[in-house]
Design a protein around this ligand. Sequence first.
Ligand code: F6R
Length: 615
Amino acid sequence: MCGIVGYLGDKPSEYIILNGLKKLEYRGYDSSGLSILTNNGDILTEKEIGKIVNLENLIFKNDISQYHSKCGIGHTRWATHGEPSKENAHPHTDCTNSISVVHNGIIENYSSLKDDLINKGHKFLSKTDTEVIPHILEDFIKEEKDILKALDRTLSHLKGAFALGILIKNSNPSLIGVKKGSPLILGIGEGEFFLASDVTAFLDYTNRVIFLQENDIVLVDKSGYSIFNNCKKIIRKEEVIRWNSSQAQKGGFKHYMLKEIFEQPEALYNSIIDKVNFEEKSIIFDEFDTEFKNFLKEDIKIVISACGTSWHSSLIGKFLIESMSSIPVEVDYSSEFRYRNRKLSKKTLIIAVSQSGETADTLEAIKRYKGDNKILSICNVVGSSIPRESDFTIYTHAGPEISVASTKAFTTQVIIFYTLANYIGRLRDEITEEIWVDNIETLKNFSKLVQDTLKTNSYINKISPELAKYSDFLYIGRGINYPVALEGALKLKEISYIHAEGYPAGEMKHGPLALIDENFPSVVLLPKDRLYEKMIANLNEIRSRRGKTIIVTDEDNIEELNNYSEIIIKIPSINEFLQPILITIALQLLSYHIADFKGCDIDQPRNLAKSVTVE
Ligand code: F6R
């Protein structure tokens, strides 16, 4: 995530940038900063940790308006590499303070680039991946007279998906934008230009925009802008935005929850891209040291501790780790685990799973075992309390989740478990080369399948009004999709206030079947896997009791399924281990549209808080 703003015009640049950053605060709020070109032509940089208001206070205190700046860049950060701190906050500059860079996204190969640059004598001040960029550009600007060529050579060294805002001293142009994988938009005003990761940042000044395309470089100076792709000048179509500022903050989506559901292709990609190397068919966890890697090869057990949605992803994690290794895994609710009178052997690894990293029960659970047991956390918020109490942390890189109901945090936790389970299986020599390669290959096109799953949105929107009249729902699944049924039911109840229960389908006859009649619909998770026929048997049990069914499936033969239900949500097919992510996305959309039809306060459901920091 992270938010970028750039400005060149006649207004005080620090004012425009701060205003823009406030609008982008939802993209990251652990630290922020800006660089301006002063009236002496120097670059002045200010950074602060915490909310944008802290940066605003600093700028006011240091009275930077005295520099009458008309051009600058700014950034609001959501930490990925390096904890939230002033040093790690953007912008980052080169050795001569002539180039300043703000960055959204991840530079995958920054570590080797940084080593090379340090060997050449460059000085680094932060732990970020971003800081390599101004230093590489510094070297190429010395060699090339033409900025475009220097930029092109710099970009050819960077691997990953990102967007950049660049400010250069004594240069025409002085403001530059680069789009490669992450969003970047050019705003065109009267004699002024804006760069931003989201139109919200400048919509108060102009609604004329150009959505930059892959590998576009935009050079901006007083006389105008030029866009280049592959060093060739090109023309991109200008568009007019018709959203108002508050709609735009949610990227044009009605609620943050829907926006976050639609962010999943990018969030899932960002979560694994620094771990999986598709060319070398390898998975690397830089987070682990050699001793820990050796520990993972021993005769160990795992206990996973989590709450709510994170507890559901942990159940999928158990399935994945147990499928790919011989390690037995238990999953416990943190609120139970922390009070259980239990002595764990030293050979037990505790994994704490938490989006916020602040959930009180999970935090206390790990504190209790800290020192005696190794603790690994899977977390979304860099520098939060749970990672601080852990020996090792894997971050999910989902970006900030604003909506109380967790969506992208859940699916990114699952993809981390998938990656980790494969890694452990390989480390212990318990999965074959063939399965290993196949599992890595499957990740390659995964974002595309996630995007295809999101295409079910309009169908789900259409079927939801009719479903919103029911007051109870049953969600059933088997195997790895049993926790998905639990998660689907939780999502529906928390945002629509409709009672819903998740069950393993094989349990129907042991009780829940008594509930079924025409007023009690069942959401049936029916992937075409080895348990498909068993699920069909469950469908028959429900249908013969006049129960309404909603089927979520990847089966192509929809005709056959028409006998069981008039509502079939068709999603793409993928291996058994990643199918839960695609099914979950369809269930997130189902809960969302039912709740929206009922007019519920989707982003802030009654009685709930985003971060449960009390017991
Ligand atoms: C439900 C939801 C909650 C959280 C739970 C744990 O949509 O968001 O159930 O999953 O409160 O929170 P974290 O993951 O922050 O520990």
